[in-house]
Design a protein around this ligand. Structure first.
Ligand code: NDP
Length: 254
């Protein structure tokens, strides 16, 4: 696992948006960012789950979070523009954007893949991150040191039978991150990277591997150090990389 021992106030004064913040890896990332001083915007579709994370952050005495309910499946470009406007009015800029929310879809051969589901998965896993990135770039440009993290998967780096739209959407994520990183290569304050969490003990993992013993997998909290490193100033030099949360050893890690 990535070994990182950051300063407790690593993310003080930073504004960070996390999608899918109500559960799994997104929940752990949001709480960890808040624990290191960030004001976290919790975006997700299930308000009850977001409220629990909000309450946990508040009870721990961390900076007050904000809840932004949004279903990425039905959201339009205007919804993302409204979100960006709200963030601009409330905070004036954005220091971090973690694209985490995703859906698994079906695990089935392409010739049987349900067309409606294909479009749903592409909407949530690929189109939504594009629309959110596009809407948030002006806010990220206003930050002194901004970080965009996209969430990938091992099946988004090497195709695997039956992983269908999920795998293809993650290849798209890797492609989007490469294109954006190249566009922001020079004269920019924004760094762009992807993280493959690797097998992690969450609801999505259980759905994909129902026969697996969850106790054999790391928890979301255990894989979060790389998410923290990339979000703060220590990760400032990392740009355009496809990283793995469970086996990355960055040279500057202490
Ligand atoms: P979970 O299913 O635990 O969490 C996914 C989150 O995304 C939930 O908060 C969920 O909301 C949210 N979400 C799903 N659909 C929508 C939608 N339409 N609108 C808004 N929010 C939505 O998954 P993980 O934590 O495991 O996955 C996090 C990321 O890591 C994903 O990108 C996944 O592809 C990736 N990943 C995970 C691996 C693993 O082993 N766990 C391995 C490789 C990659 P709600 O709770 O309301 O459903």
């Amino acid at each position: 696992m990535f070994d990182y021992h950051p300063a407790p106030n690593l993310l003080a004064e930073r504004i960070i948006l996390v999608t899918g913040a109500g559960d799994g890896i997104g929940r752990a990332a949001a709480k960890t960012y808040a624990a290191h001083g960030a004001t976290v915007i919790l975006l997700g579709r299930t308000i009850r789950k977001l409220e629990i994370v909000y309450d946990e952050i508040e009870a721990a005495g961390h900076p007050q979070a904000a809840i932004y309910p949004m279903n990425l499946e039905g959201a339009t470009a205007k919804d993302y523009e409204d979100l960006a406007r709200t963030l601009c009015d409330e905070f004036g800029h954005l220091d971090g954007l973690l694209h985490n929310a995703a859906m698994l879809g079906a695990l089935t051969p392409l010739d049987y893949y349900d067309t409606t589901m294909w479009f749903q998965v592409m909407q949530v896993n690929l189109n939504a991150p594009f629309l959110l990135t596009k809407a948030c770039l002006p806010l990220l440009r206003k930050a002194a040191d901004a970080s965009v993290i996209y969430t990938s998967s091992s099946v988004g780096r090497k195709g695997r039978a039956y992983w269908g739209a999920y795998a293809v959407s993650k290849f798209g994520i890797e492609g989007m991150a490469q294109v954006l990183a190249d566009e922001l290569e020079t004269n920019t304050n924004i760094r762009v990277n992807t993280i493959n969490p690797g097998g992690t003990r969450t609801g999505m993992r259980s759905s994909a591997f129902p026969g697996e013993d969850p106790a054999t997998l790391p928890t979301p909290e255990q894989i979060i150090p790389l998410y923290l490193y990339l979000m703060g100033a220590d990760g400032r030099s990392i740009h355009g990389q496809s990283l793995n949360a469970q086996d990355t050893q960055l040279p500057t890690a202490s």
